[in-house]
Design a protein around this ligand. Sequence first.
Ligand SMILES: Cc1ncc(COP(=O)(O)O)c(C=O)c1O
Length: 391
Amino acid sequence: MALPRAPVVSRQSPSAWWQASRPPGVPTLPHRQWTSSGRAALWHAIRLAGESRQALSPSAVGGVLVPTYHPRTLIAPVVAQGLRTDFYPITAEGLPDLNQLDAYARLDTFALVLPHFFGAGRSLAGVRKWCTTRGIALIEDCAHALFGPAGERPVGHWGDYATASLSKFSPTPEAGLLASGTHALAPLRLAPAPWRDQLKIAKDLWDYRQLARQTDDDLVGLCRRADSGVVPLARLEPDPVSTVPEALEDGRLGGAMYAAPWLAHLVAREATSPIAAAQRRAHFTTYAHYLGGMPELQCPVPAPAAESAPYVYPVWFPEAAAATTAYRALLGAGAAVFRWDRPWPGTPRLDDDYGGRWAEEVLQLPCHPSLTQPQVERTALAVAALARHCL
Ligand SMILES: Cc1ncc(COP(=O)(O)O)c(C=O)c1O
């Protein structure tokens, strides 16, 4: 009986879709193209950045700067195009260290992918300047932060290209956006989504609707058990991926040449709903209420700004073993939780890098509005009980 890890179709959805105003962010950028997923949007952003650089200097397209903390779907679009991954370390704020970044770029590095980790829009003024000075395209990965403020500009307005993943913000199982404030985007000439995918999205929407009815009794039990000292742990499936071809398969990039299924266009309106955004902020505040005051746990991002729509509440355990126990116990109790603990094969261990630590120590607790307030409270209480149990 697992809780939904992403928004599902609910009774609230229709009103939220149609009342949706369009707060500034990726969906309001002047140049936009739909794609079948966030990774497909990244694939095209990297291709376009490469083509612009090649127009200036044909031999100068070889590598893309990518963070050591990532899901595989962020790296697959680089590797699938035969490009080199130039991994860069991240600071405790989830940004590149501008004093070190030159050491990771090579002469033929032409783009830098930077996600707004966890959905906390931050100013990218320093990185923007670094990229402009070196002629490197900034690809602002907004998979976790579709709209809202990011320092002096709205989310999506720092990059040469911005990419978004609509499945994280609306009940569509797959869809993405490629957008830009500065580069007119020629039509991507994508083939219509195959009928199989069109039908699959209808089935997924229906299947995921069932998830909205899940209960969280196991989480209540987990709190009691953690306090009494014994917690049941789900098995962590061994990672079947050790080679790049396996990781490419796992990166599920097949749809880059297809348009998003038409049903996705309809349901994705919910993505920019101010009602959903307010619920997300409320869930973040609830997690912070229960977990923010615990001295052993940290949250690596500030409280969300007004008008933003946080993706997850990141909870940072001080040690990997405790985070792993908590993660396994939460999975076993059906909690909605993510951990990016399966980095791309060959991701280096770098000095002064928080990426490697976060991959093990940070659990991501979703803030989407298909979770009810009591479900979020019980998840937070379970994490607090597990922290007391493990630390
Ligand atoms: C930071 C980041 N970028 C890109 C992606 C890829 O998005 P999608 O799942 O829509 O392909 C994800 C998905 O988890 C992500 O978290």
